[in-house]
Ligand binder design. Structure first.
Ligand SMILES: N[C@@H](CCC(=O)N[C@@H](CS)C(=O)NCC(=O)O)C(=O)O
Length: 231
């Protein structure tokens, strides 16, 4: 854990409550994004930055050695963002929310309280429900019944995304927003994979999200969001 923690602020988050921003341990003026190869959660930040027309210096860590990530943030997971002010922020959607608060245009959330809460609810669903089964299958912690249920969930929820994309280009409207940023890096495995990516979690998604020639709205959205700028 970095030793020089000078100031703490907080961000309100839809899914995890309060995340500490630890300032004074980064490099003022430079925004650094700590990444590993083929990271879905890093892709969320890349898309959010791209939508805002921003870039960050990437610090690439080996997937099998998180010592550098731990030295910066006190934990092992990526993404971690070092902000220009020297804050250190882990957690992909916390970083997305920080980006949105720092550069409000174009907004990633609807302006009204009800619309914002709907998108926050989607993010909570995605991170705390949708992700659970494929992670358990990939980790080998799901038993046979859990695996079967998880696969059925993944396949069934494709219908929900298809419905959300009826008559509009993005999950919650006509412009890309936080829900698209949250879900696209994962759902895109329904139609694509990366050469050299042997991540088991991604393999579960590739196998069980396949669109089977159906879900035209979802297929078009995957291509549409992939074509948006990514930092
Ligand atoms: N809740 C975190 C999850 C971060 C996470 O799981 N990151 C993955 C990469 S996509 C990771 O670092 N996994 C650890 C590992 O693979 O050992 C977030 O949203 O950023």
């Amino acid at each position: 854990m970095p030793s020089a923690v000078i100031m703490k602020g907080s961000l309100r988050l839809p899914s995890t409550g309060v995340v500490a921003l630890q300032a004074g341990i980064g490099h003022a003026g430079t925004m650094r994004l700590h990444v590993i190869p083929h990271s879905t959660n890093v892709d969320r930040v890349s898309l959010a930055l791209g939508l805002k027309g921003r870039t960050a210096e990437r610090v690439l860590h080996p997937t099998a050695d998180r010592s550098g990530v731990r030295a910066v943030s006190g934990q092992d997971l990526v993404p971690v963002l070092e902000t220009p002010e020297g804050g250190v922020l882990p957690g992909s959607m916390a970083i997305v929310d920080w980006i949105d608060a720092t550069w409000p245009d174009p907004p990633l959330y609807p302006a009204g309280a009800a619309g914002r809460r709907e998108v926050e609810g989607f993010v909570t669903f995605f991170d705390h429900l949708w992700k659970v089964a494929p992670n358990a299958i990939a980790d080998g912690t799901a038993d046979a019944a859990g695996t079967a249920n998880g696969i059925a969930q993944l396949r069934g929820w494709r219908h929900g995304f298809e419905a959300l994309l009826t008559g509009r280009d993005f999950l919650f409207g006509d412009a890309p927003g936080a829900a698209d940023v949250c879900a696209h890096p994962f759902l895109r495995y329904a139609t694509s994979s990366d050469p050299g990516d042997d991540d088991l979690f991604h393999g579960v998604l590739i196998e069980h999200l396949a669109l089977d020639g159906a879900f035209p709205n979802l297929a078009a959205w995957i291509a549409r969001v992939a074509a948006l700028p990514h930092a």
